[in-house]
Write a protein that binds this ligand. Structure first.
Ligand code: ZN
Ligand code: ZN
Length: 295
């Protein structure tokens, strides 16, 4: 996620229509179904959570356009618990659990909260620790030490539990590489909503990291992202929505949903100059290598 969970500022208007289905199954490597469907303020255990029926309908709408695999991402203890529970009951969903860097920056990565993330990370369908990392845009310098300590703790949990690491990187490219190098990165490390240029992409690819592209790839002013995606090998690429944020073109500014990820998959096929069907196969193979099988 890129803003506070309660913000609706970038979700104006009617939900866009679903695109034409993909020719083969692909996935959404990073979504926040709880925020898409709920009104729960960040950190509030007792706010309004989406009903199972609404969640199931949203997942079915994604499957109907060739997106039968989702990774549901937690950003605090309540949403991480919710994500783990959804993954446990729904075959199309795996979970990632963490305290978001902006939560950590506000002092909420307590020992107790980290212990709960560690407990959840051991559950069979929790396959990643994230989103964690550094956010030097939303969090000011007074929160950076706490943010880095939390990032380091999350890296250790991912390694201990043998799951992937999902990184949130906002204006902190070099700092994140420094911390990863210092701690030693887990076997599977994903940069969610990759936001670097070609040079940073090269640095990530060399280290074996996976780049996950969001709807930002389709934006007119994002030539640098398309250059980054063009040079990444097929087996180090994923796609995501980060829904409800970052809606791809032609629906930028309206509410995002996993069923809209085909716009980003098609943009990526064009950037890579590869057949769409072939790209879908590559994305699924990479996702199953990183997160394990959905079955
Ligand atoms: Zn996110
Ligand atoms: Zn994020």
């Amino acid at each position: 996620m890129s803003r506070s969970a309660s913000s609706r500022a970038n979700r104006r208007g009617e939900p866009p229509p679903s695109p034409e289905p993909l020719p083969s199954p692909a996935l959404d490597s990073h979504t926040h179904l709880d925020i898409v469907l709920g009104e729960r303020p960040a950190g509030d255990e007792h706010g309004e959570w989406a009903s199972d029926d609404d969640v199931d309908a949203e997942i079915a709408a994604a499957a109907a356009v060739g997106v039968p695999r989702l990774v549901q991402v937690g950003v605090d203890v309540p949403s991480s618990r919710w994500s783990a529970a959804l993954a446990a009951r729904h075959p199309n969903v795996l979970a990632a659990v963490a305290l978001h860097p902006n939560e950590a920056g506000e002092g909420r990565a307590t020992e107790g909260a980290l212990a709960e993330i560690d407990r959840l990370a051991a559950l069979p369908r929790v396959r990643a620790v994230g989103e964690t990392g550094l956010d030097r845009y939303r969090t000011g310098p007074e929160g950076w030490a706490a943010q880095e300590a939390s990032f380091r703790a999350h890296i250790r949990i991912a390694k201990d539990r043998g799951v992937a690491l999902v990184i949130h990187d906002r204006e902190a490219h070099d700092e994140i590489l420094r911390v990863l190098e210092d701690e030693g990165a887990p076997e599977h490390t994903v940069f969610h909503c990759f936001s670097g240029d070609a040079e940073f992409a090269r640095a990530c690819v060399e280290r074996g990291y996976v780049l996950s592209f969001a709807g930002t790839l389709t934006f007119g002013n994002a030539g640098y992202l398309r250059e980054a995606a063009a040079l990444a090998p097929a087996d180090q690429l994923l796609v995501e929505t980060d829904a409800p944020f970052l809606t791809p073109m032609p629906h930028r500014g309206r509410p995002n949903a996993s069923r809209l990820v085909p716009h980003t998959v098609r943009a990526l096929a064009e950037v890579k100059g590869v057949d769409l069907d072939e790209l879908c196969h590559h994305l699924t193979t990479t996702a199953e290598r990183v997160f394990g099988s959905w079955e």
